[in-house]
Ligand binder design. Structure first.
Ligand SMILES: Cc1ncc(C[n+]2csc(CCOP(=O)(O)OP(=O)(O)O)c2C)c(N)n1
Ligand code: SF4
Ligand SMILES: [Mg+2]
Length: 301
């Protein structure tokens, strides 16, 4: 596993960008662009990522970048890839489609499903801040149960969609789940994805201080707590083989119980007032998923 001290010192996400203080997306994006060493075309739809970049003619991201219509990220990325191939420049750069959870789990799903079915050749990263954030925190298909948003005033009732599982059902060769609080986990997964062909899907959880209501200084702490409670699990599925990675693999190996989910809920304003019953349901959901992942885990070697 790559260490932070081994990451390139070249920055592609520049200072003065328009992300909120403590934005998890910024941390993840920094690791992704370092892994690709800037040799990429970024394709993205309306989202906090667009806002972070700033308005034309300025840009805080030092890579070629195309903003596309909300539902069309994956089909646009397939088009960019086809264009590079026609120009015989496909070996020069990676096509990176990157959309939020709203632009992936909900609005972009049909284009993404089509690209997965065709096994189009690009990396797709869903950065998951668990709501439609840049339009004011509306619930998405990825918002967790119990979370208050401006469209779920008393807390969302449904559990989030499992987008990596949907992608797995398409039979693509590389799928990963990561969290921006673990930049080297993000980095290593992007490196691995870069060197494969076909559609590669990475689901990156990105703690969002503004939408989740926590202190911006605690972004990494909260992302780590998400993993220590099993709310977010770090794993990859390579050619159908499921493997826990990094902190999640260590937790499973230790055999110790996970941190209670109640600690994760208590750390965020969006879960304020969640009932004991809902908290118990969330805990059962996390426990069942963790047991399922543990049963599928294939240790290295
Ligand atoms: C077809 C369409 N519907 C709605 C919008 C308005 N809109 C722009 S960004 C956005 C929310 C995006 O949410 P998500 O993909 O989760 O990204 P985030 O803002 O959370 O980073 C919405 C609803 C739009 N631009 N186009
Ligand atoms: S709303 Fe959340 S995801 Fe969007 S820029 Fe602010 S902290 Fe980042
Ligand atoms: Mg979002």
């Amino acid at each position: 596993m790559t260490r932070v001290s081994e990451l390139s010192t070249t920055e592609y996400l520049l200072s003065g960008n328009r992300a909120c203080a403590g934005c998890g997306l910024g941390i993840g994006l920094r690791a992704i662009t370092k892994a690709l060493d800037g040799k990429m075309v970024l394709v993205n739809p309306a989202s906090c990522l667009t806002v972070l970049g700033g308005m034309y003619p300025i840009s805080s991201l030092d890579v070629p970048w195309i903003n596309v219509a909300f539902p069309s990220t994956a089909s646009s990325a397939a088009g960019v890839r086809a264009g590079l191939r026609a120009m015989r420049r496909e070996g020069e750069m990676t096509v990176l489609a990157m959309a939020g959870d709203g632009g992936t789990a909900d609005i972009g799903m049909q284009a993404l499903s089509g690209a997965a079915e065709r096994d189009d050749d690009f990396i797709y990263v869903c950065y998951d801040n668990e709501a439609y954030m840049n339009t004011g925190t509306q619930r998405s298909g990825s918002t967790p149960a119990g979370a208050r948003t401006t469209t779920t005033w008393t807390g969302k009732r449904e559990n989030p969609k499992d987008v990596p599982a949907i992608m797995e059902a398409h039979g693509i060769g590389y799928i990963a789940s990561t969290n921006a609080a673990f930049p080297t986990d993000v980095y290593d997964k992007v490196l691995k994805a870069r060197d494969r062909r076909g559609l590669r899907y990475i689901h990156m959880n990105t703690p969002c201080p503004s939408g989740w209501s926590f202190d911006p200084k605690d972004t990494v702490k909260l992302g780590r707590l998400a993993v220590d409670t099993g709310v977010v699990v770090l794993y990859e599925i390579e050619d159908g083989v499921f493997r826990l990675t990094g902190r999640s693999a260590s937790l499973a190996k230790s055999g110790k119980p996970l941190v209670p989910v109640a600690e994760y809920l208590a750390a965020q304003g969006r879960f304020r007032g969640v009932s004991d019953e809902t908290a118990a349901e969330i805990q059962s959901w996390v426990d069942a998923r963790w047991a399922g992942y543990g049963a599928r885990h294939t240790p290295v070697g």
